[in-house]
Design a protein around this ligand. Structure first.
Ligand code: AMP
Length: 450
């Protein structure tokens, strides 16, 4: 199967040739003809499967074929993504693939000034890649009109719901033309995603390139039980002992990120972090340095790391387990890409047994445990897995958050959060509210770690 056989036009084939893509990936082979034919799509595909080109290539072609000028402050296609990094990455893909076409693209996301975005949108943009929160702000300010949208792409839809964007998506669905093409991509398919698809998609073609809720088979995964206090020492030991090269390390909180990075830098190990508190520019800089091989260890939280496109990464270390089981699949999707093998190692302490249990239930398998001699835990990690008796869940610690209404103390924050708490956009204000603080639209964003 070639890209030409899928019906792609010469300018796109030329760009693919330059990029060295020789043949379509399975998701591309299925998605491209369907999107070109104007069908709705519901695709279960993780990052690393080539899903971005699966929607970007046919979208570019459809827009270039339709001889229609974009009106000022208007857009012809909207791609919604959960995070800033992914917005940048998806826009970069559109620009690469559309190099020989006159189709414009732009990315708009929170955490940076809205004014340049408003200025750019005045001229109209063919393809807007945006995070939901910032898009609603732009929409409320009349900087973007959605009437001309022909195609809506929901990229990493599961992650958008996890991050509490369900209400924002509902607002946007109301504002979008009913007659449109909708493409939904998600790594996992929870019941919430399925009901959203049922309500918003028209006779979609279902594509599943990896079995539902499973991790890439090329990734070797195991758990190293240990005591919480010894995690850093264990990590440093394993890194040296196993001769790890570049490692992507996931931690639960921003504080955890900073603590680990402090220890690494004290040992003169080239390391950097990406988390929600860091300005966008430093996050991108850290990511670029990691991709360029200038830093050995990148420590990240889930929110910041979503959608990172890093090829050929042999090691992912879960320094802390994620609070949401599905995030485990997203995390380890950073390794073992495009058929390469990889390792995902989770350092798990006794407190994390319920999280481990939830992950194993999702994976429908127990992860093997391999204690590291010299680091055997004094607090045993209780048995877990789909067949173990469910461990008693611990009551979550609740801190008075932004709203004083029970935001978890380790809350990582949305990408589009404002610096200060305050009124919600729309009739009651233009800022963003924290989880559980929604003022005007009722229910509040759904907190992570449901
Ligand atoms: P994605 O799943 O969209 O994040 O893509 C993962 C990586 O695969 C990106 O670096 C793409 O540039 C690359 N890629 C996508 N499609 C192909 C292809 N057909 N051949 C080779 N590389 C590809």
């Amino acid at each position: 199967m070639t890209f030409a056989q899928l019906g792609l036009a010469a300018p796109l084939l030329q760009a693919l040739d330059t990029l060295g893509y020789q043949e379509p990936t399975p998701v591309q082979a299925q998605a491209i003809p369907a999107v070109l034919a104007g069908r709705d799509l519901m695709a279960a595909a993780q990052t690393g499967t080539g899903k971005t080109a699966g929607f970007a290539l046919p979208l570019l072609q459809r827009l270039s074929e339709r001889d229609e000028a974009v009106a000022s402050n208007s857009i012809r296609a909207l791609v919604l993504v959960p995070t800033r990094e992914l917005a940048e990455q998806v826009m970069a893909s559109f620009r690469q693939y559309g190099e020989h076409l006159a189709v414009s693209s732009y990315a708009a996301y929170g955490g940076v000034s809205i004014n340049p975005q408003m200025m750019r949108l005045r001229r109209g943009v063919d393809i807007l890649v945006a995070t939901p929160g910032r898009l609603i702000d732009l929409f409320t300010k009349n900087a973007v009109k959605l009437r001309q949208v022909q195609t809506l792409v929901l990229d990493e839809a599961d992650r958008m719901l996890d991050l509490g964007f369900a209400d924002d998506l509902d607002i946007l669905f109301q504002a979008l033309p009913k007659k449109r093409q909708t493409l939904l991509f998600s790594a996992t398919f929870s019941d919430d995603i399925r009901s959203m698809a049922k309500a918003r998609l028209r006779d979609p073609l279902s594509i599943e390139v990896s079995p539902r809720n499973t991790a890439a088979k090329t990734v070797k995964q195991w758990v190293v039980p240990c005591d919480k206090k010894r995690k850093t020492d264990l990590f440093l030991f394993m890194r040296k002992d196993r001769g790890w090269g570049q490692v992507l390390v996931f931690v639960k909180t921003k504080k955890g990120c900073d603590e680990l990075i402090g220890r690494l830098q004290a040992k003169r190990i080239a390391a950097d972090t990406i988390h929600g508190d860091r300005p966008q520019a430093s996050r991108l800089k850290a990511l670029e340095a990691f991709k360029a091989g200038e830093i050995e260890i990148l420590v990240a939280t889930d929110v910041a790391a979503r959608g990172l496109d890093i090829d050929g990464l042999p090691q992912v270390v879960n320094f802390d387990l994620p609070l949401v089981a599905e995030d485990y699949i997203h995390r380890i999707g950073r390794t073992g890409r495009a058929g390469a093998s990889g390792e995902a190692i989770s350092l798990v302490c006794a407190d994390e047994a319920p999280l481990l249990g939830a992950i194993e239930t999702l994976l429908k398998t127990s992860l093997s445990r391999d204690e590291e001699p010299g680091f055997e835990p004094t607090h045993r990690v209780p048995p877990t897995g789909p067949h173990a008796a469910p461990p008693k869940p611990k009551k979550p610690k609740v801190a008075a958050g932004r709203s004083g209404r029970g935001v978890p103390g380790n809350w990582e924050g949305f990408d589009d959060f404002p610096a200060k708490p305050g009124g919600r956009r729309g009739p009651h204000g233009s800022g963003h509210s924290g989880p559980g603080t929604r003022s005007s639209a009722g229910n509040g964003r759904k907190a992570r770690g449901r």
